[in-house]
Design a protein around this ligand. Structure first.
Ligand code: ACM
Ligand code: ZN
Length: 498
């Protein structure tokens, strides 16, 4: 029996299980079906039936598990139901690789990071509830546990808010959409929209919770607010007579919420009341990226507030907004996460910083004692191209960048930090911005297999094996599952296309 005692992701085990028909196997007639829930896996093991004996072992960390296949039995112990669930995913990989004749194995596994996220932008393009659930299934397979749901943007507001019906009546629909790359100046002339009702969002939260995944909603403030302002123009610095519109192209826009207008705060608090009612997550993401603060320089209301508060820089106005909102959410027992721009005007100790413009912001925040989620664009932006040749290699149009699987796999979120600072790195996350990703098939092409690389960073980190070994393990342990589920994964890495 093989024993893996360190925090190895089960994928690591699979490399060493390459000869599934070897000596150390349980009897071939052992029936293998997860209990009590059936696993929807494809490949050779899909139709096998079997019994797995599960138990909770409170001496383990909550998400840890021990999987033992020996003596004709499959035993799975988890530190909690979540640990058992992650162990089931590992078993699915082994089963997919080995079919009914399972090798003897002992896997002791636990995640390095408590926050293992995947983000999906449902604003630039809209994905149905079923597609969002399918995304959550993909996450579960890879043992990721936080779904960051990007719900508001310049190009569409996607969350039903009962007190502000225009957010979805007006803000969820754009008149048309840019065709091709940014700057093409060609539009499709077709209105595009969609939103989630509160019942639908609750349904997604429940679906995710069954898979031990927390949903963190993102409500962008004060920038990326064109759709909100098209719905309620009085909340913008340009005022109620300005013809705000839901944007039809990509980029960063000057439309910004007016922080000098008290109604803006009332609006945000009301929206967050409803959001908190739907989403039980400890954290609410308040956006904060790419705010066009120059607008505040020209706005009499914003300037008056700056004077009253004694602020010298517009960034401090954004910090003021963040602090008011953070305090409001704290009153509901919630905490905030914001993109790394929230550091710029000063940030409270209790805010969590999501580092996207490289790791610099994350390192700065960790050094100040703030918690951090690392999602640097160079390693975690799954909207980037996967090969150097881009379209020449058959890749669909993407926003830019170059993030091959191997680079993803090499990410070290602890680099440059001492032990005390490392303790503030709560996790990692992959981001899927969808300007150029209009279908769910395309989402899968961008996510898979890069999601597997992120999972290895999050679960194994220092125990990662060589890249070639990882690639072999993905090929043997995950591809059959991808194929069985009909996932549209990218195969550049498997074909050696760089
Ligand atoms: C971001 O990519 N604007 C967070
Ligand atoms: Zn203003």
């Amino acid at each position: 029996m093989k024993k893996f005692t360190s925090a190895l992701l089960a994928l690591a085990a699979l490399a060493l299980l390459a000869s599934c028909g070897g000596n150390e196997t349980v009897p071939a007639d052992l029936s293998i079906v997860p209990n009590p829930v059936s696993m929807q896996i494809g490949g050779k093991g899909a139709k096998a039936t079997a019994k797995v004996v599960t138990r909770i072992d409170e001496t383990l960390a909550p998400e840890a598990y021990i999987l033992r296949i020996a003596d004709g039995k499959i035993e799975l112990a988890g530190g909690s139901d979540a640990g058992v669930f992650w162990g089931r995913q590992t078993l699915a990989q082994i089963q997919s690789q080995c079919g009914r004749k399972l090798p003897g194995v002992l896997i002791e596994d636990k995640p390095v990071f408590s926050y293992r996220g995947a983000h999906l932008d449902c604003c630039r393009h809209f994905f149905t509830v079923d597609e969002v659930k399918a995304f959550i299934d993909m996450m579960a397979l890879h043992k990721l546990n936080v779904f960051h749901w990007h719900l508001t943007e310049d190009q569409g507001w996607r969350a039903e808010i009962k007190k502000y019906p225009r957010l979805t009546e007006v803000g969820s629909v754009r008149a048309e959409t840019l065709v091709g790359h940014y700057g093409s100046d060609e539009y499709d002339g077709t209105p595009y929209g969609g939103f989630y009702t509160q019942d639908q969002m609750r349904d997604v939260v429940a679906y995710a919770a069954e898979r031990f995944i927390t949903v963190i909603p993102e409500i962008e403030m004060p920038g990326h607010a064109s759709a909100a302002l098209a719905s309620y123009p009085e909340l913008g610095c340009r005022g109620k007579d300005y013809p705000y519109k839901v944007q039809t192209t990509w980029g960063v826009f000057p439309e910004v919420l007016c922080v000098g207008n008290p109604e803006t705060f009332q609006f945000l608090k009301d929206v967050l009341d409803e959001i908190c009612d739907i989403f039980p997550s400890e954290y609410i993401h308040i956006g904060g990226d790419e705010a066009p603060r120059e607008e505040w320089e020209k706005c009499p209301k914003c300037q008056a507030l700056m004077k009253e508060k004694g602020f010298k820089r517009e960034a401090e106005l954004q910090s003021y907004l963040n602090n008011v909102i953070e305090e409001y959410l704290a009153g509901k027992g919630r905490k905030i996460i914001g993109w790394d721009e929230i550091l710029e005007g000063g940030v409270s100790q209790s805010a969590t910083v999501m580092s996207w413009r490289g790791v610099k912001g994350g390192i700065e925040a960790a050094k100040m004692g703030n918690d951090v989620i690392m999602t640097p664009n160079g390693y975690c932006y799954f909207d980037h191209y996967q090969t150097k040749g881009r379209e020449e290699n058959g890749e669909p149009l993407a926003i830019g960048g170059y993030l091959p699987l191997e680079k993803c796999y090499s990410f070290n979120p602890y680099e440059g930090l001492n032990d005390e600072e490392k303790a503030h790195i709560k996790g990692v996350q992959a981001n899927m911005w969808t300007e150029y990703v209009a279908t769910f098939d395309h989402v899968q092409h961008m996510e898979l297999p890069r999601m597997a690389a992120l999972a290895e960073v999050a679960w194994s980190l220092d125990n990662r094996t060589a890249y070639d070994d990882f690639l072999a393990r993905v090929t043997e342990g995950l591809l059959p599952i991808y194929q069985g589920r009909g996932y549209n994964y990218a195969d550049y890495a498997f074909k050696g296309i760089e």
